[in-house]
Design a binder for this molecule. Structure first.
Ligand SMILES: Nc1ncnc2c1ncn2[C@@H]1O[C@H](COP(=O)(O)OP(=O)(O)OP(=O)(O)O)[C@@H](O)[C@H]1O
Ligand SMILES: [Mg+2]
Length: 120
């Protein structure tokens, strides 16, 4: 079984459409998105969100979770960096996790096959 990896990208919500398109373009088959509130290392620094300056450190962000086995993890990371990097405070973070198993509920398939594109 090929290793399965989850890439979690927490970034600016305004980057999400572009990120979704870019991930589609490299063959990412599925993703989960959620609205989250968070803060990073830059406590004490003020982050601007929609023209408003936040002194409290919980800023709305979007979290994108992508699980891959065939699409290279490095390519997913490089694509996320390309789309999300503005160079300003608050561009976000990428976390990488090994995944123990995956199950496609409809068929009961497990492992790499559960997240592969059946067309390929
Ligand atoms: N150590 C962490 N653990 C969990 N979530 C984190 C962590 N660091 C950042 N995040 C999440 O990522 C989001 C974006 O982080 P952010 O871009 O502010 O990171 P940073 O390290 O402060 O970098 P920057 O200097 O660019 O602001 C946060 O709002 C939070 O949701
Ligand atoms: Mg920060």
């Amino acid at each position: 079984m090929k290793p399965i990896t989850k890439i979690e990208i927490i970034t600016r919500s305004e980057k999400i459409d572009e990120l979704k398109e870019a991930m589609n373009g490299i063959g990412v088959a599925g993703m989960t998105m959620s609205q989250v509130y968070g803060c990073g290392l830059t406590k004490g620094h003020k982050e601007i969100y929609r023209g408003q300056e936040y002194t409290i450190n919980l800023i709305p962000k979007t979290k994108v979770e992508i699980v891959v086995c065939e699409v290279p993890v490095d390519l997913v990371i490089a694509t996320a960096k390309k789309v999300c990097q503005t160079g300003k405070i608050g561009d976000g973070k990428i976390f990488i996790y090994p995944i123990a198993n995956a199950v496609r509920i409809r068929t009961g398939e497990e492992g790499d096959i559960a997240i592969m594109d059946p067309e390929k």
